[in-house]
Design a protein around this ligand. Sequence first.
Ligand code: IVH
Length: 674
Amino acid sequence: MTFNSNNIKNKIEKLREEIRYHNYRYYVLDDPSISDTEYDQLMKELMEWEKKYPQYLTSASPTQRVGIEPVPEFTTVQHITPMLSLANAFSSEELRAFDQRIKKLIPQQKLDYVIELKIDGLAVALVYENGILVRGATRGDGITGEEITSNIKTIKTIPLKLFGDDLPSHLEIYGEVYMKKSDFKKLNEDRIKKEEYLFANPRNAAAGSVRQLDPQITAQRHLDTFIYQATFPEGPKFKNHIEVLNYLKKIGFKVNPHIQLGQDIEEAISYCQEWIEKREDLDYEIDGMVIKVNSLRLREELGSTTRSPRWAIAYKFPAQQVTTKIRDIIVQVGRTGALTPVAMLDPVKISGSVVQRATLHNEDEIRRKDIRIGDTVLVQKAGEVIPEVVKVIKEKRTGKEKEFVMPSKCPVCGAKVSRLEGEVVSRCNSLTCLAQLKERIRHFASRNAMDIEGLGPAIIDQLVENGLIKNVSDLYFLKRDDLISLERMAEKSADNLMNAIEKSKNRSLANLIYGLGIRYVGVHTSEVITRYFPTLDQLRKINLEELIEINEIGPKIAESVILFFKEKENLDIMERLRSVDLNFGQKEEKKRKKKRVQIFTGKQFVLTGLLKDFTRTQVTEIIGELGGRVTGSVSKKTDYVVVGEDPGSKYDKAQKLGITIINEEEFKKIITSE
Ligand code: IVH
């Protein structure tokens, strides 16, 4: 019996080894030695064995890459050794200075460098115990990161189990998770079809995918890795970095192939320069190069500062610059109402792509750089960012150049443009501005706002472009037939959307306030506001002073809220929303009233110390509404003592008498609990 079961166990493990090897050849070496069908066959066989003998299933089996349940949230973990960052150099001069610094610290030592590509992705730390992947974490702040093991396991180039017999019992690996340019393109194309939001660049896409709570989604994103460092508390001893990288390759990791050994800093510099051009040919993005001291002994001697090692430096690629002429300056109205001046350029080629526009950011920036229409300018493109004007070539001026004036009315809707005190951006605050409308609707329908499922960007585009929606309130006047008339809208989806819109009428007032997209009013602020002004009617009547009095609301937020409720168009929209019976806080009010009588009935409270979020009068009122009573001094009859900062003698007395003491947070929890 024992012999038999061991046999089966061995057979399963052998099958796994075989699959691991083919995995490695396919994903890491990009050099498969069997066909896909043969590989699938092996996987199928393994799955069948594991199903039949679940007692032999292990988490490091190749079948266990996906299939793990989504997690509610990530937990934070402490890195075993802090994940340091790198100091940056932007020129050959700075690289020579780096070399000089090292030579001063360790004179008369033979020094060679390893030069690597700087992969533009997301740093991760992997922990292996006895060759098995036990933990994957993001860099976080370098000391603690987020635990993302289940997501890491879905990345095919990360081994779940390492090759070799004499593996160190403990191994910590650093590397970069990234998304290939080609996979990024496919992902975004797919997201357009699915009406989902697009990622700005491969790095954001990789970061977003790694931080998915559902590993099934991460698995679909085709992430990849390059490993560039390892720490071994014990186990094999190496002399230099190149040996470490070779060892990592041997035990199953994917190490970047373009690694170069340089005898001195000049060799390193010329290798860096080679890649300024060659980077365009790679199927992944790099944002520079990393130069590292090869000898591990010298690294040890050099040590690290608190932020970065002294033995390595990142060389950042220079931004490419060219000159061209500004034909015109137009004003774009962004999705949040920001007016951005944009330079229309004579087309020029920068880093392989033709550029015709450059952002001028804002009015002040134009004045600071003294940019005029007709100027010849130096334009640059750094990495993936939008091109910008570096400076004006004043010698080229003819005297015919024209100064730019920011319009006082929104170029799209004609509403008055405002620029808040201390801000550089001019804005259009009208809820009816078409330029902002699509984004406003998307925001209104988003999960933390009205949560209208099925109202994706493509539908919003059509609704706006066909004139069916002119502001968010029109959503509630849509008819089923309006929806069915849209392209690619099936009857069932139209019904679902109608239901979702209807359902959203019951969302809380905080959700609605957030959904209105008032500048500076995020999820948290809308909750704070509704705590003090629980109905929209109360909120509409308030003034600046009252708002600023709330601890968490600064003058900027307050001014923005007031401005929003001053705009006549916005008030009209509120009335339309009221007419379709949207929840303006009355639902919560009813619930509160019902609940309030219950929870503090007959209870006596004493207050001591300073509270952060409430005045004494407010707390007294709240307690009163909930059926309780506030008294001045602590006695045996006191039920609760609410303590703030710097409490007085009442606190000591309460402790002596054994009376329940609650702090502000606890108090808040009690009064807001369902
Ligand atoms: S070595 C002790 N090598 O760049 C620091 N980093 O700006 C070890 N990176 O956080 C870093 N490619 O995420 C190193 N070949 C490479 C790299 C690389 C990309 C990233 C890494 C690091 C950041 C520093």
